[in-house]
Every structure is written in structure tokens, then in C-alpha cells.
Design a protein around this ligand. Sequence first.
Ligand SMILES: [Zn+2]
Length: 255
Amino acid sequence: MAAEIRTFPCLSDNFGYLIHDPATKATASVDAPEAAPIIKALEREGWTLTDILITHHHHDHVGGVAELKRKYGCRVVAPHDKTTKIADVDLRVAHGDVIKVGSLLARVLETPGHTLDHISYVFDNEKALFAADTLFSIGCGRVFEGTYPMMWESLLKLRVLPDDFNLYCGHEYTASNIKFAQTIEPDNAALKARAEEVSRLRAAGKPTIPVSLGNEKKTNVFLRADEPSVAASLRMKGAGAAEIFAELRERKNKS
Ligand SMILES: [Zn+2]
């Protein structure tokens, strides 16, 4: 039986995600921005929370953990503390660890840059990548704790995943990310098509997630920092990819 994934809004622009294993009835929440919408989604499905998979220490990703743990007694999985302590954790994971949600397997990738502790979860059998604030659709997280080369390396770890994997990211920022990406790649036909799709989805009140990694590789300028056409657009021909990535990120910060 295939895993079921549910996507719903939390806080102002975070995504809530549940992944459910029909074989064992195990259900994980990827991050816990706030408890109420997660409880509502669980009750709507008749699922019981068994695990919370935390990606990083920011409050809008862990704010609901204490209440959910009290209510369900679920296991809390989190990265090793690199800067800030995350409370209520049962299992600390590092790069290459594989954890089980019922019979589902999630591989841990360390993807630092946005924060030093940031990890992403890859469910290979389900072709699902939960990248939180490392990779957004047509964007990437701000580099708060790490360095630009570190964040670029993290994006490369995600870019090698197959094209038919789906990206589930931490925030609904896609429309504003597209506006920025089009200033760098105005002639990117795949980006134009994605822009039209996103306008339709947002007008219908629907999320722009999930999106295939294959589509992101063609449209997300932050994953394309080593494309000669992106270097040319920035007038940075000959510069290294990490340097170009840094320029993109700084321009986005100011946009
Ligand atoms: Zn964050």
C-alpha cells in the first residue's frame, strides 16, 4: 500500500505535512509549526501521530512539538544540536541515518546553511523530499547561520535526487520567488510555464507544493547557479558556482 501525504497551511505561510503508512497506521508530521492545524488534519483522516520529524530549530518549525508530544506521546526525531537546543527530543539523527515511520523509510541528509543544524528527510520509496527551509520552490532559504558555499553544497545534495521525486518545502513562497527568478532568467520557458501554473493554483486557493525536482532543476535559479546562462545574466562569466549562488542570494535578500 502506498504512503499517503497530506499538505495543509500552518501559521502565516508555513506548510504542515503528514505522511501516513497504511500498512502499520504510523503517521509522521514533518516539523510542527503549530499544534492545532496538525491535530485537525489528523482527526480529519482518523490518524494517530506516531512521529515528528524536525528539520531545524526555528520556532516556526518546532512551536507545536510540546503540545503534540503531550497529546500523542509520539517520538520526536531531530538533528543533533549545533547551536540551539530543541526540546522534547527522543532520537537525534545525522547524515546518512535511516529512520522508520512504521514500515516507511526516511533517509537523513544534513543540509546546513539556513541553520547549522538543518536536515532534510528523503523517503526514497515514496519519491518524496522534505527540504523545509533549505530548498523552496523556485527559491532557497536565507543563509542565517552557515556560509554561502555551505548552502550551495547543501542544494547540490538535493539536486542529485531523481527528477521524479517531489519537493515538499517549508513555506509557501513560490509566487514571490518566481518574481525574483524572472528578473534573472526572463527567457526561461519552463519558468514562464511554472509562473502560469502558480498563478492558477494561488487564484484557486491551492498550494503550489508538491512540485517535481525535475521541474525545479529547470526553473529554480538557485539550483542553476552553475548554468553559464545564469552567470551571463549576472555579468559574472568565469565566476565559481558558489560565488554566483551568493550573488543570487544577496540580490534576493534585497528584492
Ligand atoms: Zn527556518
